[in-house]
Design a protein. Structure first.
Length: 699
């Protein structure tokens, strides 16, 4: 029988769309069938009872009270018989009724849908609370029980249908139905539909509050990526779980695009937020994906290993037939889950495609075409799609604060904000505060630094796109060696180079790396290289000959261990993808095998007189007041000091002047030099100090 069902009244500030209204009309028709069955059940129980003065009236429902509930005007209106559901469903525009989609996505039988409607009826119509209380013969039990659901659906309590409420049944495992009161007999246990499921069936697309910040929804979007199309086609052919091995931070974008190929949105799980929770809402996340007909994206898995492998297993196990795309920088390990997983490598983007990504992100944020010169400077950053978007957004906000257009400095600050803090636990982070003008170096050394910057900026094109370093597991890293005496500007030069390529400098503390126990030094170094892979920075190994020293003949176990350590470093430096600077006071201490693998070697000699004069003038600066007798040319000519020592002398002289509340005088400079000589263990000779030898700073 075909039944005309009135359109339900929807409590909303806006008028529902025709498609949504038709969808709700279908749901109301299904609930009307439930009411029809309730009326039939009530009719079978109501008996005529004489009016009596009952002291317990109010603690139960009388037949007259039930009739008044049934005669009350409310939705849904019970039909005279069961409607033609297929005909009603055909009236709902594509993609059709949500209830039918839920049945298909969760693999439910028609009887499961009937149970679901019986259980959710009190959540959409308050009359069902009183009716269920009457049918349960208990005014406190205002929801359907297992036994009542079976009765309303015309199924025997001892039949096979009761096992549709078992713990392994689809309704229960999918989180569509909850069974309460475990202490009661099976037929007396209460049924409840979670609020999120009810809200979804009523047309609400707000995510489950239980999910919180553990996931975000990304809508399907067109893509032309051939890899995404191949993976999407595989997902459409029944492959449910795919692992993407990330090499360039692009796997998350490929995963979302692959799901879009199958016309699915993506529920992107936040690994950090999930790991922080003692009980991650995995079941709620999988249910949310199923309700939406979406897929799941989980990664990078590297942050979960090895402590939180159980979380990976849990997500894979509960995802069932929901498409799941995992991604990590590591190769897939079969021990992570027992399910068969297809692992696919994601090739690194070339410089041109990275430039396109930056240009698109800048145009989206600023509303204008990006400056080609700015895009070219940014193309060297190996960031994923999400990281690029976040970096550009941060840059735009910083530009608003400064009331200036978005420039290179803003974007570089945004890039730095994307770097994780893991490496900061192993190395000291320095944000570059000096530039080329602060360096005083001979021309050959300056040219070597320029070459290092050039290699860092164009390494992806030369080593990747042009394949000038193919095969063998070799990375695209750039390694430089700065050799020279202490104080000749090696560390400052590394800071300038880091600033030139728009990165922070991470100074590795070798005291925390070298360990007396066999194998521990290698583990510490591996942690540093692994963390550096996810950070946009330049690694600085100061006094690197401590770990990159020459191998020796094997005379005992210590020699064998030292050589093994060096062999590990040789292999690790070749596979390194970042930028590293090694410094040493004595170049001859470095192993020749390391030297062969170094791209740029810059020698830092002790400065000559002209360079020392420039250093004296630059170290004192233009803010420190100077007396007329300060003779920096004399200091540069007579005192053969490195740049670090000259800076120490300038600082000491400034303190002496500040203590005397006067400008810096020559006697302050001489006193500072004498103090530096004593620190260095050098003799104070008359030939160097001349007439200033006997002058006391106090005078």
């Amino acid at each position: 029988m075909t039944t005309t069902v009135p359109t339900p009244k929807v409590e909303s500030e806006t008028t529902p769309t025709p498609g949504r209204a038709a969808d709700l009309a279908y749901l109301w028709a299904r609930l009307a069938v439930v009411e029809w069955r309730v009326r039939r059940a009530v009719a079978g129980r109501v008996v005529e009872e004489p009016e009596v003065d009952d002291p317990y009236r109010g603690l139960y429902l009388t037949p007259d009270a039930v009739r008044r509930v049934l005669d009350g005007r409310a939705e849904p209106v019970a039909p005279q018989g069961e409607p033609d559901l297929d005909e009603l469903a055909a009236l709902v525009p594509e993609p059709g009724p949500r209830l039918v989609a839920v049945q298909r996505r969760f693999g439910l039988l028609p009887v499961d849908v009937d149970f679901l409607l019986v259980a959710m009826a009190p959540d959409v119509d308050a009359r069902f609370e009183r009716l269920y209380a009457y049918l349960n013969d208990d005014v406190t039990r205002r929801r359907a029980t297992v036994g009542l659901a079976l009765e309303l659906c015309g199924l025997p309590a001892a039949g096979a249908a009761r096992f549709r409420f078992a713990g392994s049944a689809p309704l229960i495992t999918a989180g569509l139905l909850e069974i309460r009161d475990d202490e009661r007999p099976a037929l007396s246990r209460t049924l409840r539909v979670p609020d999120r499921v009810v809200a979804h069936l009523l047309g609400d697309d707000e995510p489950d509050p239980a999910i919180g910040d553990t996931a975000r929804l990304v809508s399907a979007r067109p893509t032309t990526d051939p890899l995404a199309h191949r993976i999407g086609q595989a997902l459409g052919r029944g492959i449910t779980t795919v692992h993407l091995r990330d090499t360039d931070g692009d796997a998350a974008r490929v995963a979302v695009d692959a799901l879009a190929v199958t016309n699915r949105d993506a529920v992107v799980l936040d690994v950090a937020a999930l790991a922080d929770r003692a009980h991650p809402p995995v079941a709620a996340l999988v249910r949310e994906a199923r309700l939406r007909g979406a897929g799941l994206v989980l990664g990078p898995l590297d942050t979960l290993l090895p402590e939180r492998i159980a979380l990976i297993r849990d997500v894979v196990a509960q995802s069932g037939d929901v498409p799941l795309v995992l991604h990590s920088r590591r190769h897939w390990d079969p021990r992570w889950t027992s399910r068969q997983v297809v692992s696919v490598p994601v090739p690194a983007l070339d410089a041109d495609r990275r430039a396109e990504r930056w240009a698109r992100a800048l145009a989206d944020v600023t509303g204008t075409a990006a400056d080609p010169a700015l895009v070219e400077d940014l193309a060297g950053y190996r960031l994923g799609a999400d990281e690029v978007d976040r970096a550009v957004t941060a840059a735009a906000r910083l530009a608003v604060v400064e009331d200036r257009p978005v420039g290179l400095a803003h974007v570089r600050a945004g890039v730095r904000a994307q770097s994780g803090a893991g490496l900061e636990q192993l190395a000291r982070r320095i944000t570059p505060a000096v530039d080329w003008d602060d360096l005083v170096l001979p021309e050959p050394t300056r040219r070597q630094l320029d070459e290092l910057v050039m290699r860092a900026r164009h390494r992806d094109r030369v080593l990747g796109q042009w394949r000038m370093r193919p095969g063998g597991g070799r990375g695209r890293g750039v390694v430089a060696l700065f050799a020279g005496e202490s104080g000749t500007g090696k560390t400052m030069s590394a800071e300038v180079v880091a600033g030139a390529v728009g990165m922070d400098l991470y100074v590795v503390d070798l005291s925390s790396v070298v360990d007396k126990y066999i194998g521990e030094t290698e583990k510490n170094l591996e942690r540093i290289f692994t963390e550096a892979a996810g950070v946009h920075g330049v690694l600085l190994f100061d006094e690197a000959d401590a770990v990159f020293g020459k191998r020796s003949e094997v005379n005992d176990a210590h020699d064998r261990h030292a050589n093994t350590e060096s062999a590990y470093l040789l292999q690790r430096m070749e596979s390194f993808d970042g930028i590293a600077v090694l410094t040493t006071n004595l170049r001859s201490n470095m192993d020749e095998a390391f030297t062969r693998r170094i791209d740029v070697i810059a020698d830092f000699p002790v400065p000559d007189a002209a360079q020392r004069l420039a250093l004296w003038d630059r170290c004192l600066g233009d803010r420190v007041p100077r007396a007329d007798d300060v003779d920096l040319a004399f200091c540069a000519e007579r005192f053969e000091l490195a740049g670090g020592s000259i800076r120490a002398c300038a600082v000491t002289a400034a303190y002496l002047a500040a203590a005397g509340a006067r400008p810096v005088r020559m006697v302050d400079v001489i006193a500072a030099v004498q103090q530096e000589y004593r620190k260095l263990g050098r003799l104070v000779l008359a030939g160097e100090f001349g007439p200033w030898l006997a002058v006391d700073a106090a005078g």
